[in-house]
Design a protein around this ligand. Structure first.
Ligand SMILES: Cc1cc2nc3c(=O)[nH]c(=O)nc-3n(C[C@H](O)[C@H](O)[C@H](O)COP(=O)(O)OP(=O)(O)OC[C@H]3O[C@@H](n4cnc5c(N)ncnc54)[C@H](O)[C@@H]3O)c2cc1C
Ligand code: SF4
Length: 429
């Protein structure tokens, strides 16, 4: 492979026991409140401290079927570890790494995994096998419902498989979770594109309920001349995970954007041999959407940042990229919220580059006939039901507000499964 492997080593049994023994097992623990899936963290850590790894894994699976992914990709500094009472005076408990320890045990031994419920006779369709879809499907299977997931790609896992840098999550971890969900009896039909190979009406007609978890779309267009020469950031990351040699990487690489995708692209370019990697952002460090720890990480990697800089055109010579024409911006406070970047007249300049990666997020989900939207995202009510009765949605495709993350998608899947179960059986939740 290309050398991009998981950056944090697993804890040894001894390290895990020592770390677990530091936990105060707080009553009404703030770490659990801070976890969007409300894992009983004190309990799973307690079980690690007594050597009961299978029980620990069970506690995690009770609240979060994708605990192995979340242990690796969750921004724990902002969530559970950020809330740990030990954080103010000492080091917070390494909750993410302890969770990974318990999950690795479950996947290596096959013990502690969830089991399917008694069949109910209901059949639910799930569209998209990313974290939201897998979570919903697994939770429904635990309650005894038959589930078929329709996925357009060849592999399940969504962005956990294709989009999250291997330094945080190797493909194998995501695929093991897909397999675990399939082992609950969930059918995964890959290569089936909703809206193209299968319609909403067909899904509604053939199933008791439908859950839409399509994620978001492609990288949006910048609308600058020469755009066709830019490398798509999400595809760049995908190749770094799935192509043995990784993506072709230039010597002087520019990454347009300053969010988490851009940070991952810059990291990959740097680690795979680029001499210089520069991120281009039209605002300043204060407005970056990436987490603070990721900004610190990228600076440590030796990536440079050009703030207050906006791309104007790709410079092409003899059919090859040689640079990016940019202009300087200034920030103007025109009203409440983030200041607006405005071009400084006559400030154009060229940054030399032989590869330019566009990493400016993802397009909103496609519109589907009859399903109401909110700012381009699928609109749902408190039960995550869309404007079409019996059709639910969750994950990135509904996240009109706030930042999207894996753990929130997992929680959506869980909540939707509970709502669907209640609607179908009338009693449980
Ligand atoms: C580069 C990058 C890095 C990230 N890093 C992190 C991180 O470190 N930590 C974190 O918490 N979050 C991270 N995220 C966000 C996280 O990956 C998402 O919030 C999460 O994957 C959302 O899950 P989802 O199931 O809603 O969507 P997705 O993971 O996008 O899954 C959607 C699935 O639906 C399928 N699909 C789409 N359209 C159709 C269709 N028409 N028919 C059938 N199937 C379809 C897709 O192929 C995909 O498998 C990152 C995102 C990106 C882009
Ligand atoms: S807040 Fe910290 S010390 Fe308290 S239970 Fe959670 S991990 Fe343990």
């Amino acid at each position: 492979m290309n050398g991009l492997t998981e950056s944090l080593p697993p804890l040894s049994a001894h390290e895990a026991a020592v770390e677990a023994s530091r936990c105060l097992f707080c009553y009404d623990a703030p770490c659990t409140h801070a976890c969007p899936t409300h894992i009983d963290i004190a309990q799973f850590i307690k079980k690690i401290s007594t050597g009961n790894l299978t029980g620990s894994a069970r506690t995690i699976f009770d609240s979060n079927l994708l605990g192995a992914t979340c242990a690796r990709v969750c921004p724990v500094q902002e969530l559970c570890e950020g809330a740990c009472v030990l954080g103010s005076e000492h080091k917070p408990i390494a909750i993410g790494r302890l969770q990974r320890h318990a999950m690795d045990h479950a996947y290596q031994t096959g013990q502690g995994l969830a089991i399917a419920g008694t069949p109910t006779g209901f059949h639910v369709a799930v569209v998209g096998a990313g974290p939201a879809g897998l979570s919903c499907a697994g939770e429904l299977a635990k309650r005894g419902h038959a589930v078929t997931i329709y996925e357009k790609r060849d592999l399940g896992g969504g962005l956990s498989t294709y989009g999250i840098i291997a330094l945080r999550e190797p493909v194998g971890v995501a695929l093991a979770e897909v397999e675990m969900i399939r082992n609950l009896g969930v059918r995964l039909q890959t290569g089936v594109e909703f809206g193209c190979d299968i319609s909403l009406d067909t899904l509604i007609g053939d199933h008791s309920a439908v859950f839409l978890s399509l994620g978001l779309g492609k990288t949006p267009a910048l609308g600058i001349p020469g755009e066709e020469h830019l490398v798509d950031g999400i595809e760049f990351i995908e190749q770094s995970k799935t192509a043995p040699a990784g993506p072709p990487v230039g010597r002087e690489v520019l990454v347009i954007g300053a969010g988490n995708t851009a940070i991952d692209c810059a990291t990959i370019a740097k680690r795979l041999g680029a001499a210089r990697v520069t991120m281009i952002y039209r605002r300043t460090a204060a407005e970056m959407t990436a987490y603070a720890h990721e900004y610190a990480f990228i600076q440590n990697e030796g990536v440079q940042l050009e703030f207050l800089t906006q791309p104007v055109a790709v410079v092409i010579e003899d059919g090859r990229v040689t640079g990016l024409r940019c202009r300087r911006m200034s920030l103007v406070q025109t009203g409440p919220g983030r200041p607006t970047p405005e071009p400084i007249p006559g400030s154009e300049f060229i940054i030399p580059a032989d590869q330019i990666v566009k990493a400016i997020g993802q397009e909103k989900p496609p519109a589907f006939n009859g399903i109401e939207t909110d700012r381009g995202f699928l609109r749902v009510n408190d039960s995550l039901e869309t404007s079409v009765a019996g059709v639910y949605a969750g994950g990135d495709c509904i996240r009109a507000r706030g930042s999207a993350s894996t753990v929130m998608a997992v929680q959506d899947g869980k909540r939707a499964a509970a709502a669907i179960d209640k609607a179908l059986t009338g009693t449980r939740s």
